[in-house]
Design a protein around this ligand. Structure first.
Ligand SMILES: [Zn+2]
Length: 365
């Protein structure tokens, strides 16, 4: 056997690395079938299909949902097979304003040299992610890979993916949490649905059941909520005591996720044959609107009055109810879904430190 020369090693190494990366992907929630399907696409695709690709194009090629595709891409990026790049487009004239591999280099205010407008740059409007194959996956030919005309055509037919759709995935926060913003730096979001949940009288629960048994139930309740959020494409941002803060970009998906959470907790009470006062009752507040994304404790987090109002509403909830604002219901599908439940509608309330009346509905589940 001949000893491999350095050139040989160079040739063997990427292949070996690629093999290991695909092995990891297989272990990471994706079926071997998914991985094989993607490998096949990556082998046969033209260079320009794997360079600065619109994730929606890859979803279409794979025949996967947007959410499933994004989770696959996140894992492939983590393994070094692919890489994300961020592009910023002028909201007025559509010119490309910025392109960067580093999320933290995204600027929240930009001046467009083409139309001379200043613009606020928002994660769900002006910023879009692109995906490129890394050498470990496939070496793209420098003169063949970059086809702006192809990308423009794809963007035209599928629409650019708002960066928020990627950033708001639980898996992005978990795996690529290092993609954070520097201190004192924030990015705007035009529309986000924010909810807070809390458990009614959880202090009593700990007192009557004892810490360990009560915490077991609280853990199960977290899992029910996390699963419901995941199923409807939202993200669990954090837990606060026995409460959860979660976000969605779609109002109806958010309401579905929250309704399933409340229902899931009610089923937990039945399955565990819990009687009062041990029963768990979820209190939920929801609001939708603009907010900002910042980095706190090395994690992306959301701030602003939309977030504050949602938090205050969950304080008002009494258990097995969802308090939501007109801003959430301001969408025909969400309204239709809300109408399935008994509700106290059109309440006008004043919240502490919020200097305007808020129109809310209370859904009882
Ligand atoms: Zn412009």
């Amino acid at each position: 056997m001949t000893k491999p020369t350095p050139t040989n090693l160079m040739a063997i190494f990427p292949h070996w690395q690629r093999h290991a990366a695909f092995q990891h992907l297989r272990h990471d929630a994706h079926t071997a079938e998914d991985v094989a399907h993607f490998q096949q696409f990556a082998r046969k695709a033209h260079d320009h299909e794997l360079y600065r690709a619109n994730p929606r194009y890859l979803a279409q090629k794979m025949g996967w949902t947007e959410g499933h595709t994004l989770d696959f891409l996140i894992l492939a990026v983590e393994e070094g097979l692919l890489d994300f790049e961020w592009e910023v487009y002028c909201p007025v004239c559509g010119a490309l304003l910025q392109r960067t591999h580093e999320f933290h280099r995204l600027e929240s205010h930009q001046h467009c040299e083409m139309c001379h407008n200043d613009a606020d740059i928002r994660l769900d409007e002006e910023i879009t992610p692109r995906v490129s194959a890394q050498n470990m996956l496939r070496r793209l030919h420098p003169s063949r890979r970059d086809r702006a005309d192809f990308r423009a055509q794809v963007d035209e037919s599928l629409g650019r993916l708002p960066a928020l759709h990627l950033v708001n995935r639980s898996l992005f926060r978990e795996k690529l949490g290092s993609q954070v913003l520097p201190n004192n730096h924030s990015l705007g979001v035009q529309h986000l649905v924010v909810f807070f949940s809390d458990l009614k009288q959880s202090t009593q629960l700990y007192q009557t059941l004892g810490d360990a048994a009560a915490y077991r139930l609280v853990r199960q309740h977290f899992e029910i909520i996390f699963d419901a959020i995941e199923r409807h494409g939202g993200a669990a941002v954090k837990t606060i005591g026995d409460g959860v803060m979660g976000t969605f970009f779609d109002n109806t998906a958010a309401l579905r996720g929250v309704v399933e959470s409340v229902r899931g907790i009610q089923q937990l009470n039945q399955q565990a044959a819990l009687t009062e006062p041990q029963q768990l009752h979820l209190k939920v507040g929801m609001h939708a609107g603009p907010c900002i994304v910042v980095t706190l404790n090395n994690r992306l987090d959301y701030f602003g009055s939309t977030v504050n109002i949602a938090a205050r509403l969950s304080d008002l909830a009494q258990g097995d109810d969802i308090w939501l604002t007109k801003a959430v219901l301001n969408d025909p599908d969400t309204l239709t879904l809300a109408e399935e439940f008994p509700c106290d509608c059109d309440q006008k309330i004043q919240l502490r430190d919020i200097h305007r009346t808020i129109e809310v509905c209370r859904l009882q589940l």
